[in-house]
Design a protein around this ligand. Structure first.
Ligand code: HEC
Length: 240
């Protein structure tokens, strides 16, 4: 994805838009944004479409948010300005589809949640390295452990926190008939596919599954939704 330079006008408009909004809370003191909650919500609601290094999200349907803000930060726009832009984008995204035919849905988060997400994104955009402290453990890394065949089913859930990963990057099974099942409660559509064996349907809440007859060997299971496999949504099934 190419670098995007944010127009100065958009940034200034966003600052003007967000500051009165923040100060117009009817005398109630602004709640401090909770960046830990903001990170969790970002991964859950935004990460499937956006790459953001610190959040370890790798979505490609929307712009890379590190790239998007790098130039403006270099030009001296501060975190507050970026926060305003993100907040405004959450509430009023561009209503046009991008080149991939994707439109960002409005108000995926609202109220305090929108402030938390905007504050988190602004605090980490264009930063290298890893989150530290409480932010480091805000979202559990997916892909540890091994899914094991049980009563004829191998269950490989999608990461419930919204990361583009299955809960298990490894699975084992035995030869013979089996059901490959992928429970998904993330809210982002996923499926599970093994080339030559079968393909479940794309589900956002529910279970994607297919039946197959396994032979010894190693197989790759992956999500066929565009961009998800490349972002890491795959694993290896070993059949003995
Ligand atoms: C279904 C995919 C999708 C989801 C989910 C999504 N976005 Fe987007 N986003 C896009 C697309 C496409 C664009 C580019 C078009 C536009 O500006 O609306 C975009 C643009 C943006 C931009 C502007 C970047 C720039 O280059 O100026 C920001 C900031 C942003 N999104 C933040 C978020 C946040 C925060 C969330 C979660 C609350 C989110 N997005 C969820 C698809 C998505």
């Amino acid at each position: 994805m190419g670098k995007r330079i944010m127009p100065r006008a958009a940034l200034c408009a966003a600052i003007v838009a967000v500051v009165p909004a923040l100060s117009a809370c009817g005398g109630v003191k602004d709640p401090q944004p909770d960046v830990v909650a903001g990170k969790q919500l970002f991964v859950q609601k935004c990460g499937a479409c956006h790459t953001l290094n610190r959040a370890n999200t790798k979505g490609t349907q929307g712009p890379d948010l590190d790239d998007a803000f790098q130039q403006s930060l270099k030009e001296g726009f501060g975190e507050t300005a970026v926060r305003g832009v993100v907040y405004k984008q959450i509430l009023y995204p561009n209503r046009l589809k991008n080149a991939q035919g994707i439109k960002m849905p409005a108000k995926l988060v609202s109220g305090q949640d929108a402030h938390d997400v905007a504050a988190y994104v602004a605090s980490v955009a264009a930063k290298s390295g890893r989150d530290s402290g409480r932010l480091a453990s805000a979202v559990r890394a997916a892909g540890g452990g091994t899914a094991v065949e049980k009563n004829g089913t191998i269950s490989i859930p999608a990461d419930p926190n919204g990361q583009l990963a299955y809960t298990y990057a490894k699975a084992t099974g035995s030869t013979g008939p089996v059901t490959i099942a992928m429970p998904n409660r993330s809210g982002t559509g996923h499926d599970i596919v093994i080339d030559g064996l079968g393909k479940g349907s794309v589900v956002s809440k529910g279970v994607s599954s297919f039946k197959a007859t396994l032979r010894p060997g190693k197989y790759t299971y992956y999500c066929s939704v565009p961009g998800h496999r490349a972002a890491g949504m795959q694993g290896t099934l070993t059949v003995r």
